[in-house]
Design a protein around this ligand. Structure first.
Ligand code: 0A1
Ligand code: ZN
Length: 878
């Protein structure tokens, strides 16, 4: 087999033929679905070279018939291989008819048309449509669609596709059909079809111009009671997009469908969003607060794509962040407006700095706009999505909201119905603001996380504060030379006497008390004048750029910022930095076999947090949460999983011992039995209470054990139950863990999404028997390698979150993951290529572990690999 070849951005060419209209007819059957397609084709006006053949994509299709303008083609007039159908000679404008057969029931990759629990559904992004019919499967070919779905009336009473239903009727042999028309031209990656035994919940929304839209959520009957929150979230998102971006929904019908087998979270198909059931179904007894918030965010994200992605789409897949980065920025802003804005930022940034930084520092690092790839499915990454969103956020901050909004208005109106590039988007921002964004463009082309070394000193004699910033972006696999970036740094100078933000003047210009300075050179000095008292600088407020910023803060400085910084985000960050200093010492002590001593300044800081009156309880809960093991690992030159685990456990237990009564009081003060609502006040109370309980349980305090058991048994809502079950399961006492797990597993055996949580809780246990438990759970009737949610819940969670056990020094954790990757490579390459990630990070560990991890990657490489896994493994071993 020849190695898969990369495709390059610089090879982009306009499509040779455009499709103006697409007619599809599906005759559904699990083993042999017939797809009849009629494409209205014409030569692209800018591609008038002689004799351009028509080349269509198509994979896993059995071609039954091909005709042009009604004339069936003979053997010499076309050729078919595993990936394409080529017709040698075609007119300027013509109709192409094809008929193919496909087998949804054997489609385990979940791309194209497949079966999930007896229901037919599709996933076409990025290149799944070519598994449905022969087509120019690229986002810059946009057509209107008319789709007829035929199926068995008894088993498939519901037949859905994009747009509006225009005709339905009975057919012989117990079959029926529905015809759908989508008037908006779209690329085929936005095509969708669903057929099954589904029921719906319906609601309405009146748009800002007074149009009435029907909203439907389609689910399996037993899930009808789990759709309220998604529906409410959808309506909020529709209203928010009107108020914030002036964007109105454009069809008369908007549908969401929940499916159990889905590779990702959800998909924005025009008028027919398809969701992983985990990303849409909620109920107070089955879903945690985090799940409720995730559902709200994903419903909004997919809805927002209707403009940022669908009405205006991407010219090619290199531009993926054009729709994804922008849409993530939009959904983050929506969630911030709907919930606690500082907490949303803290959550997003702490995830970003752990996971995206790791990606940017690893072998698969790539720019927000990659310039080559082998398999596009591998590029639905944290860099494209989350770093892309940070880049859009910087643009918003550089321009200010009003100019930014003018820029988005211009973008949506100028490019409506078109497939465009990142230059088109940034060009609009330049045009409305007059700002020179040329240096800024490097954020799109340069991979890796910029590192800033900051230093400052106060000149008492001159009342000046001098700040020096030096930037450097480390080399990444294909990019050795890096240019300096344009980095906006939001900052304040907090007076050490007053505790207030000081008025800043820079080069004679008054900046105010909270301002942005621009780092453009490799090194720049900033002299702030008229600074009357010695300040502590509060840098990179709100995480104003996706960079690592180092400043030689002393512990007193951090304790000071933790109390006084006017920026909630930086107050939280000061606490994290303070904890990190203590953790660093303890990690060193553990490695050197020296007795560990707890830093009293951290204890004092926590005591202040616990006893002072804090208004924002949600932020307080975040402040009381120690940096995760993964985040701590990100900060170490060589990751020592055992030392990190020991140090973090030591800090947690020391705080629990020293502040037992304070934690107990916080727990008691935030207990409540009001009926559950996923609203910010309640969510904050639950978060705070459960953080307190987790400290108390780290020392297995007898009273805390009793409270945890009570909380578990009260069964009031899944947030509290799951928190309690996790603490019982992760304790050292099997008399606590076993009965609770058993009761929970039996109670929820019928609910697949709850069983996913049951799996995850068990495989994050720190105890060394977890690998045996994991192997045992893989045989559990509720587990299946064919269901991506199960794979993520059990294998993904273990490998990414149970660091001490995954990195066991005997290599058994690595071996287990490699075995799973090898199986999944055959069943579902997309999931296989994702689940492998922790093994690709071998460079970060000690030599023994490096060798073990590489050996497993080599073992995978020896298999016959899908392009997905091939690309990742080759990069990891390069
Ligand atoms: N565009 C979707 C993500 C998505 C991508 C690929 C998929 O299947 C391979 C499915 C969904 C989103 O951003 O939500
Ligand atoms: Zn998206």
């Amino acid at each position: 087999m020849s190695a898969p070849q990369p495709i390059h951005l610089h090879d982009y060419q306009l499509p040779a033929y455009r499709v103006t209209h697409t007619e599809l007819k599906f005759d559904l059957s699990p083993s042999a679905t017939r797809v009849v397609a009629r494409l209205h084709l014409e030569r692209h006006s800018e591609r008038q070279e002689d004799n351009l053949p028509l080349v269509l994509n198509g994979e896993h299709l059995k071609l039954l018939r091909v005709a042009i303008d009604g004339q069936e083609l003979g053997a010499g007039e076309y050729s078919v291989d595993a990936e394409t159908l080529t017709i040698f000679e075609v007119p300027q404008r013509f109709l192409l008819d094809t008929e193919v057969e496909i087998a949804p029931e054997s489609n385990t990759a979940l791309e194209g048309l497949y079966l999930s629990n007896g229901m037919f559904c599709t996933q076409c992004e990025a290149e799944g449509f070519r598994r449905i019919t022969y087509y120019p499967d690229r986002p810059d070919v946009m057509a209107t669609f008319s789709t007829t779905v035929i199926g068995d009336a008894a088993s498939l009473p519901v037949l859905l596709s994009n747009g509006n239903p225009v005709e339905r009727g009975e057919l012989p042999n117990g079959r029926h059909f529905v015809t759908w028309e989508d008037p908006f031209p779209k690329p085929c990656y936005l095509f969708a079809l669903v057929a099954g035994d589904l029921e719906k919940v319906e609601d309405r929304f009146t748009t800002m111009s007074g149009r009435d839209v029907t909203l439907q959520i389609w689910v399996e009957k037993e899930n009808l009671d789990k759709t309220d929150h998604a529906m409410a979230s959808l309506k909020r998102a529709m209203k928010w997009d009107e108020d914030t971006y002036g964007r109105e929904y454009d069809l008369d019908l908007f549908m969401i469908v929940a499916v159990n087998d889905f590779n990702m979270g959800a998909m924005e198909n025009k008028g027919l969003n398809i969701f992983n059931s985990a990303a849409v179904l909620t109920h107070p007894l089955t879903a945690t607060d985090a799940a409720f918030q995730r559902v709200e965010g994903i419903v909004a994200h997919e809805y927002f794509h209707n403009w940022s992605g669908n009405r205006v789409t991407c010219r090619d897949w290199f531009q993926l962040s054009l729709k994804e980065g922008f849409t993530v920025f939009r959904d983050q802003s929506f969630s911030a407006d709907t919930n606690s804005a500082p907490v949303k930022r803290i959550e997003d940034v702490s995830f970003f700095r752990t996971a995206q930084f790791a990606e940017d520092a690893g072998p698969t690092a790539h720019p927000v706009r990659p310039d080559h790839y082998i398999e596009i499915s591998n590029f639905y990454t944290l860099t494209i999505y989350e770093k892309g969103a940070e880049v859009v956020r910087m643009l918003r901050n550089l321009l200010g909201w009003e100019a930014f909004r003018k820029g988005t208005d211009l973008y949506f109106s100028r490019f409506d119905g078109q497939a465009v590039t990142i230059e088109d988007f940034v060009g609009c921002m330049h045009e409305v603001s007059g700002q020179d964004l040329s240096q800024f463009m490097s954020w799109y082309s340069q991979a890796g996380t910029p590192e800033i070394d900051a230093n400052g000193h106060y000149d008492y004699a001159k009342s000046e504060y001098h700040l020096t910033l030096r930037q450097r972006t480390p080399a990444t696999p294909d990019q050795h030379e890096k240019l300096p970036l344009h980095i906006p740094i939001r900052l304040g100078l907090v007076g050490t006497k007053s505790g207030d933000d000081l008025e800043m003047t820079l080069d004679g210009e008054t900046l105010g008390k909270d301002a942005v300075i621009h780092l453009r050179e490799e090194e720049q000095n900033f002299v702030f004048t008229g600074i009357a008292e010695a300040p502590v600088p509060s840098l990179l407020r709100g995480f104003s750029a996706p960079v690592k910023l180092r400043f030689p803060y002393g512990r007193e400085d951090l304790a000071f910022l933790l109390q006084h910084d006017s920026d909630g985000f930086n107050r939280w960050d000061a606490g994290q930095r303070l904890a990190m200093l203590a953790l660093d010492d303890l990690i060193a002590a553990h490695r050197n076999g020296v007795e560990k001593v707890m830093d009293v300044r951290v204890v004092d800081a926590f005591r202040t947090l616990l006893t002072a009156k804090v208004d924002d309880k949600a932020v307080l809960a975040e402040m009381l949460t120690l940096p995760s093991e993964a985040y701590i690992a990100e900060q170490q030159p060589v990751v020592d999983v055992d030392a990190i685990h020991a140090a973090r456990t030591f800090v947690k237990q020391s705080l629990a011992v020293a502040l037992r009564d304070e934690f107990m009081a916080v727990y008691g003060d935030h207990q409540s039995d009001v009926s559950y609502a996923p609203e910010p006040g309640q969510i904050a109370d639950r978060a705070l209470k459960n953080v307190a309980l987790s400290y108390l349980m780290s020392i297995e305090d007898e009273e805390a054990v009793a409270l945890t058991q009570q909380q578990f048994e009260a069964d009031h809502n899944m947030t509290d139950v799951r928190a309690a079950l996790t603490l019982l399961t992760h304790s050292s006492r099997s008399d606590l863990a076993d009965p609770a797990l058993k009761a929970f597993g039996e109670k929820w055996a019928h609910d697949s999404l709850v069983m996913d949580q049951w799996f995850s809780i068990q495989v994050t246990r720190p105890q060394p028997d977890v690998l045996e438990r994991l192997k045992f759970l893989m045989q559990h009737p509720a587990f299946s390698l064919k269901n991506p949610n199960k794979v993520r819940a059990l294998i993904g969670t273990f490998a990414s979150q149970n660091r001490v056990n995954f990195h066991r020094i005997d290599g058994e954790g690595y071996q287990l993951l490699a075995d799973v990757v090898i199986e999944l490579n055959k069943l579902n390459p997309e999931i296989a290529a994702r689940i492998i990630t922790p093994l690709t990070r071998w460079q970060r560990f000690d030599e023994t572990r490096q060798a073990l991890m590489k050996a497993e990657l080599e073992r995978i490489r020896a298999e016959e690999l899908s392009p997905n896994v091939y690309e990742v493994v080759e990069k990891a071993l390069a």
